[in-house]
Design a protein around this ligand. Structure first.
Ligand code: NAI
Length: 462
């Protein structure tokens, strides 16, 4: 099928590349010329395991192109994905201006044939109808008849001129395993009241669903859930809000564990063995961050507010999460007392391992707070330390390896659970530190091994 993906970030690029990889004819559009040039040269602007390889093979097979030309993209695609960012506004609401610009642009370039316009971006509930309206505005703008002197501009009837449906198709991929998740989704959610659009979306995803069977004939079929648009939009928000709340829940339990002398890692194991609860998202630590949970939870709280409902549970989940950063600082204060003039080394900067994404990363908040308390902050991150991303950071010295990070540190804080951090030579690092202290902000490291290596170890809730 002929597909156009507009916005080539973590979601758009991975979606476009994976759809091309299963044989669709995909054009990816972005406004960022530098990024487009890089992708045209076969390079991925983001770090995602396996992405660059299938991107290059799909390009070589002639299934994947990159461009800044929205008009060309709209003309090319029978299915048009909107996959631009929807960051949080300072108020916590979702900033939909990029979606609006794309929807208007699509309207301006619609070329007659039937199109399915897919909201892949996470957009506030009700955006399906809103996108439809903006697309029609775009169609109307294109069809503006030249204004007669002193007259009012007229439009032809957009409803007649534009033949399209809007589908909400929320994305559930996890950064760090985005390609795997796209090929192995837990479910595909399609929200639309148009049987024609749903049929095209099912056809689009068939090769991805079949690919899983080809690799593993005993695999469970991928459930495809068809809903109305608002419910599909809500599925996305509710999923992220649930996961964020689950983490805040275990963090709350961890804080109680700290007081009563229980070990949250053992408690989580005990809870997680209950199949009704499940063991995932029960790792206590420094709290959730990243480009999705914080903004999606606050957007849902705002939506509820707009409709006169106070989402108390979600607000509590956010409060517990904010407090987790503070708890990490308090642990540092507990062992170092005065932080002014001390040097703290952060292991990890990205919001989770296997990604280069630092949006709303807990490390950024820690850096800010440690700076405020007069501490010197150093950091090492397997990806950020090696990339240009380090230049955008302030208030932190980014070291190129973990040994240099340890030099003259008064304490280390493990912020991101990169697998590599399990294998560091902590005994050697401890020797280079002013005092071998480590706060394991993810309960990720081997406590006994660290104690044997001479460290004072503090976890979260253990
Ligand atoms: P991103 O910020 O990585 O990428 C957005 C891209 O859109 C950028 O390359 C930007 O240059 C481009 N763009 C902006 N305006 C444009 C325009 N008018 N025309 C063409 N391109 C334009 O965003 P990301 O992380 O991929 O997120 C996209 C959406 O997917 C968001 O709504 C997000 O909430 C949602 N989402 C993100 C997930 C993630 O793990 N990052 C997971 C699931 C959903």
């Amino acid at each position: 099928m002929r597909v156009c993906v507009i916005g080539t970030g973590y979601v758009g690029l991975v979606t476009g590349v994976c759809l091309a990889n299963v044989g669709h004819d995909v054009v990816c559009i972005d406004v960022n010329e530098e990024k487009v040039k890089l992708m045209q040269a076969g390079q991925s602007p983001i770090f995602e395991p396996g992405l660059a390889e299938i991107m290059q093979s799909s390009m070589a097979a002639g299934h994947l192109q990159f461009s800044t030309d929205l008009k060309g993209g709209v003309e090319h695609g029978d299915i048009l994905f909107i996959a631009v960012g929807t960051p949080a506004l300072p108020t916590g609401e979702s900033d939909t201006r990029y979606v609006e610009a794309v929807a208007r642009g699509i309207g301006t370039h619609l070329n007659g044939g039937y199109k399915v316009i897919v909201n892949k971006s996470t957009v506030p509930i009700g955006s399906g109808d809103w996108v439809r309206m903006i697309v029609l505005d775009g169609v109307a703008e294109r069809q503006l008849v030249p204004v007669p002197a002193g007259g009012i501009p007229e439009t032809t009837h957009p409803e007649v001129a534009a033949d399209f449906d809007v589908v909400s198709n929320p994305e559930f991929l996890r950064e760090g395993s985005a390609v795997y998740d796209t090929f192995n989704p837990d479910r595909i959610v399609l929200g639309s009241n148009s049987p024609r659009a749903i049929a095209m979306m099912k056809e689009l995803y068939t090769p991805i669903i079949e690919r899983r069977f080809a690799e593993d004939p005993s695999a469970e079929p991928v459930p495809v859930l068809v809903t109305d648009i608002s419910s599909a939009e809500m599925v996305k928000y509710a999923s992220n809000a649930f996961l964020a709340t689950k983490i805040s829940f275990i963090n709350e339990v961890a804080n109680i564990c700290d007081r009563v002398g229980a070990d949250v890692t053992q408690v989580a194991q005990g809870i997680g063995l209950d199949s009704r609860i499940g063991k995932k998202f029960l790792q206590a630590g420094i709290g959730w961050g990243g480009s999705c949970f914080p903004k999606d939870v606050s957007a849902l709280i705002h939506t509820a507010d707009d409709y006169g409902y106070e989402a108390q549970l979600l607000k509590a989940a956010v409060e517990v999460n904010d407090r987790q950063r503070q708890i990490t600082l308090e642990k540092l204060q507990q062992v170092l007392k005065i932080l002014k003039g001390k040097t703290v080394g952060l292991l990890g900067l990205t919001f989770k391992p296997d990604t280069d994404d630092m949006r709303d990363a807990p490390a950024l908040i820690l850096i800010e707070q440690l700076n405020r308390l007069g501490a010197k902050v150093k950091a090492y991150d397997p990806i950020v330390s090696q990339s240009g991303l380090r230049h955008g950071l302030t208030g932190v010295i980014v070291e190129t390896d973990a040994t240099l990070l340890a030099d003259h540190c008064d304490a280390l804080v493990l912020v991101t659970d990169w697998q590599q951090f399990k294998e560091l030579d902590y005994a050697a690092m401890g020797q280079r530190m002013n005092s071998p202290i480590i706060i394991d902000g993810r309960n990720f490291l081997d406590r006994e091994a660290l104690v044997r290596a001479g460290f004072q170890y503090l976890g979260i809730g253990r």
